[in-house]
Design a binder for this molecule. Structure first.
Ligand code: ADP
Ligand code: ASP
Ligand code: MG
Length: 466
């Protein structure tokens, strides 16, 4: 079997869902299981809706919900014939009524818990999976919607829950596997899951890719296909640099570094389950399905270029901790990290000197509380609106003088922290967020002027569609 995941833009409207159905039909001999995201931008709106309700703004919450309701009715109307639409409209109506009831309750109390937030956020994928399954069936595909909450089991870390793989795999065998024997196409919502007790959770923003990988690993898929709105993993975000080229083939390690450092085309946790089972992942464009996309496998072919790609992660804060007493005293670093740990605030980069430690974090909300706690140990300063730029490639390992080449290409940019060596295949550094486009374009021009044709494909055409 294979897993095919369609992201938000690949199911954004009736035309997109129609294209997805045709793509799935072409793969029927491979026994596809389909994972879908919410329609494009729906999760953002749901989160705004929940927040409005949490602030007691009932009117705004219900107005946003009404917009979503109308969009889903209209899309379903375009996709389904009158008979099926009448039945499905009733189902949608009941779902949106229950969402509104919940929003009224949250508004009345004026408090939004992470648990309720996940319940609202997951609504988009639940509805999308039902609608896509109906549309597939109406197009002659034998589709069955599966509620992801019945098979993806997580802990209760709401908004970024952690899958419990053993329990999940048992459920996948029991609920999804038999559908293949009946020649049916399972259609599941990504991003959404549930605790052992059936409480709705989500896997973090962009988490539908992760669902696809959990499903693929659990059912030992032959491959996992991530269908999106670009031609594959590109040498950098094409939204930042029009000259970005398709990467034909890249290793799990390289792709994982890129995803972690901001290449949003893949959720950072996606590759782990695939690596463990050595399942190839393909990134493909649902608007250009003939394109070969990018294949991600254990070993990538040799590459003439120094780097495979450049990623940028924005909304980073640098925290400087300056010791009033001796920094390297035994246990000092541990006490600093314990503070971040206590606030569940992950640290990306670290650099130390005799008296100070600088760290980067990507959670702005936690910073004031973290800083207040750190203040008990040392002097603390923090500065937001930074970005980490990361260059990735297996050749970094064996090439001397890399830093000189990289910083030579961006001589007029002010660089804060630098890190090389942590993974051997990445060089990263921190700059001001506003400098990201200029920096990435300069690096791209310097390192991808003569791309190795074995590894890199074409520049993406027709980028104006988004
Ligand atoms: P989906 O809704 O299909 O999950 P996302 O919006 O999450 O799609 O991810 C696709 C987007 O990722 C692209 O439109 C592109 O702007 C962005 N992106 C960032 N870095 C890269 C990269 N290196 N290669 C391709 N796309 C990238
Ligand atoms: N719909 C979710 C989000 O926007 C999950 C996803 O698209 O992968 O974050
Ligand atoms: Mg995504």
């Amino acid at each position: 079997m294979i897993v095919m995941k369609f992201g938000g833009t690949s199911v954004e409207d009736a035309a997109a869902i129609d294209r997805a159905a045709a793509i799935v039909r072409g793969r029927l001999p491979d026994q596809p299981a389909v994972v879908v995201s919410a329609l494009a931008r729906v999760t953002d709106t749901l989160l705004a809706t929940a927040r409005a309700a949490g602030q007691g703004d009932r009117e705004k919450a219900l107005e946003l919900s009404r917009g979503l309701r109308e969009r889903h009715y209209a899309t379903a109307g375009e996709l389904l014939g009158t008979g099926i639409f009448t039945r499905f409209h009733g189902e949608l109506e009941a779902e949106f009524d229950s969402l509104d009831e919940l929003l009224r309750g949250v508004s009345a109390v004026g408090e939004l818990t992470p648990r309720t937030l996940d319940h609202v956020a997951g609504f988009g994928e639940r509805i999308a999976s039902k609608m896509v399954a109906e549309a597939f069936s109406a197009r002659g595909l034998d589709a069955s919607q599966v509620d992801s909450r019945q098979c993806i089991v997580t802990d209760s870390t709401f908004t970024r829950a952690i899958p419990q793989f053993d329990e999940t795999n048992l459920k996948l065998e029991k609920i999804v596997r038999p559908l293949f024997e009946q020649r049916r196409v399972p259609v599941m919502g990504g991003y959404i899951a549930a605790t052992r007790d059936g409480v709705t959770t989500t896997l973090g923003r962009g988490g539908s890719d992760f669902t696809a990988a959990i499903l693929g690993a659990g059912l030992s898929a032959e491959r996992i296909e991530i269908w999106t709105d670009v031609d594959g993993m590109m040498t950098t975000d094409p939204a930042l640099c029009a000259n970005a080229r398709r990467i034909k083939s890249i290793s799990f390690d390289e792709a994982a570094e890129l995803a972690y450092f901001g290449a949003k085309v893949l959720h950072p946790a996606t590759l782990l389950p695939a690596v463990q089972k050595n399942i190839p992942v393909r990134v493909l464009n649902s608007r250009n399905p003939k394109n070969e996309g990018t294949v991600i496998t254990a070993r990538a072919p040799k590459c003439r270029n120094l780097f495979k790609a450049i990623a940028a992660k924005r909304r980073i804060t640098i925290v400087d901790v300056v010791a009033t007493r001796m920094l390297m005293a035994h246990g000092y670093l541990r006490s600093i990290f314990e503070v971040f740990d206590r606030h569940k605030c992950p640290v990306d980069m670290v650099s130390t000197s005799e008296v100070s430690v600088s760290l980067t974090v990507d959670s702005n909300e936690a910073i004031p509380a973290v800083a207040a706690d750190l203040q008990k140990l040392a002097d603390v300063k923090y500065e937001g609106r930074k970005a980490i730029v990361c260059l990735v490639g297996e050749n970094i390992r064996n090439t001397p003088g890399i830093a000189a080449k990289v910083f030579g290409a961006i001589p007029d940019l002010s660089v804060r922290m630098i890190s090389q060596g942590a993974s051997e295949i990445n060089l990263s550094f921190v700059i001001d967020e506003d400098d990201v486009p200029r920096c990435v374009q300069a690096l791209h021009a310097a390192f991808f002027a003569d791309p190795d044709p074995e590894v890199f494909g074409e520049v993406m055409q027709d980028r104006g569609r988004k």
